[in-house]
Design a protein around this ligand. Structure first.
Ligand code: BGP
Length: 466
């Protein structure tokens, strides 16, 4: 008997910029990713989401595939500039219609929609006014959220506000590899604070709305293991936990920042600066669940020098460099680890450990595994996509979730990344994650991979058949 209950949701995930395409059609405004990816040298071989896999025009075909696979839930994000081309003000009704039709199509096929309001594609018009560093962006976000609750809340019960602060703030404002390409920790901390304010205010607005559902926040779950037993490496791993995890989970699950770190950032840089009422807003609007995106763990060591991020975006092993913050910590290669071609360590136990760490720190909060998957160049044999490594990866991670549930964790759903092959932000279309292959040489034709049928059988058996 598996530990997965009848009501457990077996789903899959995507995000707007990575699948939709239609970047400038039917009144959509530009997002920061549209602008960024059009600048030379920002992404792998100049790839962008202008067309992506054209889900905007082919969503009915894609939902039919989801239904055939037996998906019970589909996690996707809304493009804010498709709904508000200028970020606020005038509504683009064509954009509303697109999402409304998509939601109807899902519901008709008994697939529960799970909406992410923000998966990184901020309207460029708001970036031009300062983006997340400008508190007014948080206010615009709440108006945008209200529109979504009003137009889609009659059919959508599962909502989350933000996807992965560590990535869009960390890369946007610290490493500089995502828009708006800033490298300044103090600015990162203030921008991140406005994200927490936007989140809490959107949770408050959700509860004041008519929507009969739940709202959460999605974070990266990454466990940190010290490279050695030395006190310095142990301290480095603890710091990585503090900055990478507690700083980003505490405000949404406890309504406050971790006190020790807060004292440090305020002494160092005088951030985050709170406006009157922020503390109460965070405290009073703890979200209903947390979404966890798990791909890998990091091995951590003490570090005495600053290194700029140079990640592996080509899929050629060892083409990146180790990365760290001076006097805090660095991420290093685990000498005994098993790695993907993009140098991400495959370590399913980290998912069990991470879930249990969240439970230990935040109590019995409901959890959804909102992303998990293997990025790979899939093998093609006689025209069939034989993605056995993906099946193996997903299987051992489902086992890991089950182990956490057997130890009392309240996990309610699993959303492999991704339903369909899509654009990987900085790695192009060659880093494949999907159950469905997209043939870029043949009009973006869809093709079921081996993993499509494997997951279909798993869902039909409610997790028994792995
Ligand atoms: C997460 C993002 C996804 C997705 C995934 C895989 O951080 O939420 O949007 O892209 O990672 O990452 P990558 O595409 O870099 O391999």
């Amino acid at each position: 008997m598996s530990a997965f209950p009848q009501h457990f949701l077996w789903g899959a995930a995507t995000a707007a910029y990575q699948v939709e395409g239609g970047h400038d059609v039917d009144g959509k405004g530009p997002s920061i990713w549209d602008v960024f990816a059009h600048q030379p040298g920002t992404t792998y071989q100049g790839t962008n989401g202008d067309v992506a896999v054209d889900h905007y025009h082919r969503f009915r075909e894609d939902v039919a595939l989801m239904a055939e696979q037996g998906l019970q839930s589909y996690r996707f994000s809304l493009s804010w500039p498709r709904l508000f081309p200028q970020g606020r003000g005038e509504i683009n009704e064509a954009g509303v219609k697109f999402y409304s039709d998509l939601i109807d199509c899902l519901v008709e096929n008994n697939i529960e929609p799970m909406i992410t309001l923000y998966h990184w594609d901020l309207p460029q018009a708001l970036q031009d006014e300062g983006g997340w560093e400008n508190r007014a962006t948080a206010e615009a976000f709440v108006d945008y959220a209200r529109l979504c609750y009003a137009r889609f809340g009659d059919r959508v019960k599962l909502w989350s506000t933000f996807n992965e602060t560590v990535v869009f703030i960390g890369h946007g404002y610290i490493t500089g590899s995502h828009p708006p390409s800033v490298r300044d920790p103090a600015r990162a901390i203030q921008a991140c604070h406005h994200v927490f304010v936007a989140h809490a205010a959107a949770v408050k607005a959700f509860r004041a709305s008519q929507v009969a559902g739940t709202i959460g926040f999605v974070n990266v779950l990454q466990t940190h293991t010290p490279l050695t037993h030395s006190p310095a490496d142990k301290q480095a791993a603890a710091l990585a936990d503090g900055i990478w995890t507690h700083w980003l989970y505490d405000p949404v699950l406890k309504g406050e920042y971790p006190a020790e770190l807060l004292a440090k950032t305020q002494a160092l840089w005088n951030v985050p600066q709170f406006a009157t009422g922020d503390e109460a807003l965070l405290k009073e609007n703890i979200c209903d669940f947390i979404g966890l995106n798990y791909y890998k763990r990091e091995t951590v060591a003490a570090n005495d020098r600053q290194t700029h991020l140079q990640a592996n975006h080509s899929g050629e092993r060892n083409s990146g460099h180790e990365f760290g913050f001076k006097d805090l910590f660095k991420f290093v290669r685990n000498p005994t680890g098993v790695y993907t071609d993009w140098d991400w360590e495959i370590y399913p136990q980290g998912l069990t450990e991470g879930i249990l760490q969240i439970k230990a720190r935040y109590g019995d909060i409901p959890l959804y595994i909102t992303e998990n998957g293997l990025g790979a160049k899939d093998p093609v044999i006689d025209g069939e996509v034989v993605d056995d490594p993906r099946i193996d990866y997903l299987k051992i991670h489902i086992d890991a979730i089950e182990a956490a549930m057997q130890q009392g964790a309240d996990v309610r759903g699993y959303y492999p990344w991704s339903f369909i092959d899509l654009l990987s932000w900085l790695n192009g279309y060659q880093k494949q994650y999907g159950f469905v292959y997209v043939d870029h040489q043949n009009g973006l034709a869809r093709k079921r991979k081996k993993s499509f049928f494997w997951y279909q059988a798993l869902i039909a058996s409610r997790g028994e058949k792995r």
